[in-house]
Design a protein around this ligand. Structure first.
Ligand SMILES: Cc1noc(C)c1-c1cc(NS(=O)(=O)c2ccccc2)cc(C(=O)O)c1
Length: 130
């Protein structure tokens, strides 16, 4: 009903704000767009579920997220994919793994500090009812 749509509109505003803050952070530039298959041809063979911040922003606008948990699951895909695809000890792998861990910690800290637990519970109840 109308109250549910008001809640989901507020959720989308929050998720757009978090996504834009992450996308503007210079550390996370490699995570802002899909990995370029021409630059990294074997990527799609290794990583079955690619994800990036621009795709997440599109999903927000397509009303794909009803809970913050679903949004965080996609952000978790981004950094888990980066850790999986870049496992070696060379400096470039280490650099992107450091950035992946920073993306994880930054996202979870924002959610912990800024998501109201009662608001989150209402979103989870909307998800359960659908
Ligand atoms: C994400 C990700 N997961 O595996 C890797 C590897 C990356 C990743 C992706 C990108 N962006 S890109 O796929 O469009 C690109 C790759 C190579 C040359 C130019 C652009 C950049 C970097 C980077 O370290 O700069 C790393």
């Amino acid at each position: 009903e109308e109250q549910e749509e008001d809640t989901l509109r507020e959720l989308r505003l929050f998720l757009r704000n978090v996504t834009e803050r992450l996308s503007q952070d210079k550390r996370f530039k490699a995570f802002t767009k899909p990995v370029d298959i021409e630059e990294v041809p074997d990527y799609i063979k290794v990583i079955r579920h690619p994800m990036d911040l621009s795709t997440i922003l599109s999903k927000v606008d397509l009303h794909k997220y009803v809970t913050v948990r679903e949004f965080v699951n996609d952000v978790d895909l981004i950094w888990k994919n980066a850790l999986e695809y870049n496992p070696d000890s060379d400096p470039s792998d280490r650099q992107i793994r450091h950035r992946a861990c920073a993306l994880k910690d930054t996202t979870h800290a924002i959610i912990r500090d800024e998501l109201d637990e009662d608001f989150n519970r209402i979103c989870e109840q909307i998800r359960e009812a659908r």
